[in-house]
Design a protein around this ligand. Structure first.
Ligand SMILES: *[C@@H]1O[C@H](CO)[C@@H](O)[C@H](O)[C@H]1NC(C)=O
Ligand SMILES: *[C@@H]1O[C@H](CO)[C@@H](O)[C@H](O)[C@H]1NC(C)=O
Ligand SMILES: *[C@@H]1O[C@H](CO)[C@@H](O)[C@H](O)[C@H]1NC(C)=O
Ligand SMILES: *[C@@H]1O[C@H](CO)[C@@H](O)[C@H](O)[C@H]1NC(C)=O
Ligand SMILES: *[C@@H]1O[C@H](CO)[C@@H](O)[C@H](O)[C@H]1NC(C)=O
Ligand SMILES: *[C@@H]1O[C@H](CO)[C@@H](O)[C@H](O)[C@H]1NC(C)=O
Ligand SMILES: *[C@@H]1O[C@H](CO)[C@@H](O)[C@H](O)[C@H]1NC(C)=O
Ligand SMILES: *[C@@H]1O[C@H](CO)[C@@H](O)[C@H](O)[C@H]1NC(C)=O
Length: 371
């Protein structure tokens, strides 16, 4: 009896040690880690900061990505004013993606000014030294911003009129808040955060029926949008009108339609960004595994997407606005759970998820995979 008890005891100790080697604490956090580790944040569960009527949340920060990039979510009601006074960044490449509602974005460089009305899925690139501003237009609008390098959230902590936390996960609060644009005096003090006011710039408000101003008549939702050929030119890609590549999982059972916004060409190899539309993983298939040299973040923008990360037992199902962050050299997988799903991806460096999918894929004309 004693013998058996000892075996049981040793067995239990050994099993306990085996389990302890693995960090099976939940991937899901409600506060973004202050160091690099895998994690998931659910939409609207993060505390944020309020600037005027806009709520800023930071699913990926400088500390959580080792300054690879910052991922910003801005949820706000419509405003009759600009959301920020016109400005440039000299050392940060900024990107705008529309998750919900409508906003106007203006970008101006070398005397060429373009304004666009963004509906969900539309994208705009704001390279270094591009004057830009935006205005929120719908009752619930959400912009997703990617800024490279990371750490840019410090600006918003500095500018915050209040911290924001909601026990009901309300995306933003009710109330008559003052214009978030900021006065010229404040914005001129922000050069320490790489914000250089361009108060002489007046965004052209005369949008045509297709949603363009400044360079009215430019292709916007009525033809193909190319990516810029260099890392300096601002550009816009309307949802579904950019370049597309069809790729499939190694076992050929799942499809990926990759729509790049930023490749190594536009970022000088600093990062990549775009969307991947996913078919559903068939029940008999195993999800494809990845291990990439740089950090990766995915934000679900449509459908339901599952993720599994090495060392964590959970298979998590992510819905719109949820974000997973995966450090470089971590084995992980993601797959479509709904029939149609889509993620916005951001990858550090040039050997990114999309770079691999695009290298294996072929040019494709449709926004969906083969029927
Ligand atoms: C992992 O899970 C096992 C079984 O639920 C548990 O005994 C162990 O303590 C957990 N390890 C960690 C690091 O949380
Ligand atoms: C941006 O402008 C600053 C100041 O004029 C200049 O030093 C810098 O080289 C510019 N950067 C790029 C990428 O053009
Ligand atoms: C922009 O316009 C101004 C005034 O017309 C001109 O002096 C300047 O050279 C232009 N800059 C570029 C980059 O075209
Ligand atoms: C938000 O909270 C942080 C940490 O508690 C604090 O340092 C900061 O002053 C707060 N910001 C505002 C605008 O209240
Ligand atoms: C906001 O301000 C406007 C104009 O001052 C006023 O009519 C309206 O009732 C206010 N709304 C709220 C929610 O306080
Ligand atoms: C708007 O788009 C339509 C095609 O959808 C095109 O015929 C028309 O010329 C465009 N209008 C402008 C002002 O570019
Ligand atoms: C890429 O990163 C390097 C090093 O930080 C920086 O000098 C360069 O301006 C960046 N280029 C772009 C397009 O972001
Ligand atoms: C992953 O490993 C490669 C090769 O050892 C290395 O170059 C890279 O910096 C690593 N990535 C991270 C994020 O540590």
């Amino acid at each position: 009896m004693l013998f058996f008890s000892l075996v049981t005891l040793f067995g239990a100790v050994a099993a306990g040690q085996g389990a302890a080697r693995r960090d099976n604490s939940s991937l899901v956090v409600t506060k973004v880690p202050d160091h690099v580790r895998p994690y998931v944040v659910r939409a609207y569960t993060l505390d944020g900061v309020r600037i005027g009527s806009q709520i800023y949340r930071f699913p990926v920060t400088g500390p959580s990505s080792d300054n690879a990039f910052t991922l910003i979510s801005t949820a706000a009601p419509a405003s009759s004013e600009l959301g920020v006074l016109p400005h440039i960044h000299q050392a940060h490449y900024e990107n705008f993606y529309n998750l919900r509602g409508r906003f106007a974005l203006w970008a101006s460089k070398d005397n060429a000014t373009s304004g666009r009305i963004f509906t969900p899925g539309d994208y705009g690139a704001v390279p270094h030294n591009t004057t830009h501003s935006f205005q929120i237009l719908d009752p619930f609008t959400e912009m997703v911003g990617v800024i490279q390098p990371g750490g840019f959230e410090e600006l918003f902590y500095f500018l915050a009129s209040a911290n924001y936390s909601s026990s009901t996960y309300a995306p933003f609060p009710q109330g008559n808040f003052t214009s978030p644009g900021g006065d010229a005096d404040t914005i001129s003090k922000l050069q320490q955060f790489d914000v250089w006011a361009q108060v002489q710039f007046t965004p052209p408000m005369n949008f045509d029926a297709n949603g363009t101003s400044g360079d009215g008549g430019a292709v916007w939702k009525n033809g193909v949008n190319e990516l810029a050929k260099d890392s300096e030119t601002p550009f816009f890609v309307a949802k579904g009108y950019g370049p597309k590549v069809l790729s499939s999982s190694a076992d050929k059972t799942s499809y990926y339609v990759v729509e790049p916004f930023i490749t190594a060409t536009q970022s000088d190899g600093n990062f990549t960004e775009g969307t991947i539309t996913l078919s559903q993983l068939p029940p008999s298939s195993q999800p494809q595994e990845w291990s990439l040299p740089g950090h990766t973040a995915l934000e679900v923008v449509d459908g339901l997407v599952c993720v599994k990360v090495q060392g964590y037992e959970e298979e998590l199902s992510l819905s719109v606005g949820d974000v997973v962050f995966v450090p470089g050299n971590t084995t992980w997988s993601f797959w479509g759970e709904a029939a149609y799903s889509k993620v916005l991806y951001v990858g550090q460096g040039r050997e990114t998820l999309d770079a691999k999918l695009r290298a294996e894929g072929r040019q494709w004309e449709s926004v969906v995979w083969p029927a």
